[in-house]
Design a protein around this ligand. Structure first.
Ligand SMILES: C[S@@+](CC[C@H](N)C(=O)[O-])C[C@H]1O[C@@H](n2cnc3c(N)ncnc32)[C@H](O)[C@@H]1O
Length: 205
C-alpha cells in the first residue's frame, strides 16, 4: 500500500485524491459538485459509534448523502449489511463503486435527493446513516422532513453526524421536539484522524 495515496482505517482501504484510480475518474469528467469530492471525517464518528454499539442482526442500511460511500461499505463489511447509498450528485457514484471494488464489497448506488425518498422507499431499511449532510440552512428542514418520514415508516434508527454546524443544530432542536427517543452524543476520535462532532440519533424506542 502506498500511504501517500491510500490509508487503512476501520478495516477499509480509503483512497485519496492523489490515487491514480481517483485521478483517472476525475479526468474522465466525474467531478463531484455538492462537496462529495472526498471522504469526510464525520463518517468515522458514526463508524466508531457502530463499532462500540454493533447492530444486533443483519441489516438493511441506507447511507444518505453517501458521497464516496465508505460509511455504507463499513456497514457491509462489519455487519454483513445490505447497503444502498443515495446521493443527489451522480458523479460520486463511480468513486463509491471504486471503493467497493477496492474493498471487495458490494453496495448499491442510486442518484436521489433527500426530498425524493418517500415513506414507502424508506420503509425498506432498518438503519439510516448520514455523515456531514446538513451544511446549508435549507438542509435543516429537508433532513428533518426525511427523518420524520423515515420514523413514520418504521425505520429502527437514524444516525446523523456533523461537526455541529448551525443547520445541524437546528435539525437537532427540531428532532428533540418532534420525537420521543432522541439522543445527542458528543463524539471524539484521536485516530485514525482527530475528529470531533455530534451524533444525532433518532430511534423508535
Ligand atoms: C460533505 S459530503 C459528505 C459525503 C459522505 N457522507 C462522507 O461522509 O464522506 C455531503 C454529500 O451530501 C450530498 N447531498 C447534498 N445535498 C443533498 C440532497 N439534497 N440530497 C441527496 N444528497 C445530497 C452531496 O452530494 C455530498 O455527496
Amino acid at each position: 500500500m502506498n500511504p501517500s495515496t491510500q490509508r487503512q482505517a476501520f478495516g477499509l482501504k480509503i483512497l485519496n485524491a492523489k490515487h491514480h484510480a481517483v485521478r483517472k475518474l476525475k479526468t474522465e469528467g466525474y467531478q463531484a459538485e455538492i462537496h462529495g469530492n472526498k471522504f469526510w471525517n464525520s463518517s468515522f464518528l458514526i463508524m466508531d459509534h457502530l463499532k462500540r454499539n454493533p447492530p444486533q442482526r443483519a441489516l438493511r442500511v441506507l447511507d444518505i448523502g453517501c458521497g464516496w460511500g465508505l460509511l455504507g461499505l463499513y456497514c457491509a463489511k462489519q455487519f454483513n449489511a445490505r447497503v444502498t447509498g443515495i446521493d443527489a450528485d451522480p458523479n460520486v457514484g463511480p468513486y463509491l463503486q471504486l471503493h467497493a471494488r477496492t474493498n471487495q464489497l458490494a453496495m448499491t448506488f442510486e442518484k436521489r435527493r433527500f426530498d425524493q425518498l418517500t415513506k414507502a422507499y424508506l420503509s425498506k431499511f432498518d438503519l439510516i446513516v448520514g455523515a456531514d449532510i446538513c451544511f446549508w440552512d435549507e438542509l435543516a428542514k429537508t433532513v428533518f422532513n426525511l427523518i420524520r418520514r423515515a420514523h413514520t415508516a418504521g425505520v429502527g434508527q437514524i444516525i446523523i453526524a456533523d461537526p455541529c454546524r448551525t443547520p445541524f443544530e437546528k435539525l437537532a432542536e427540531s428532532c428533540a421536539h418532534a420525537f420521543d427517543h432522541v439522543e445527542r452524543i458528543d463524539a471524539r476520535l484521536q485516530r485514525p484522524v482527530k475528529a470531533t462532532g455530534d451524533l444525532l440519533i433518532v430511534s423508535q424506542r
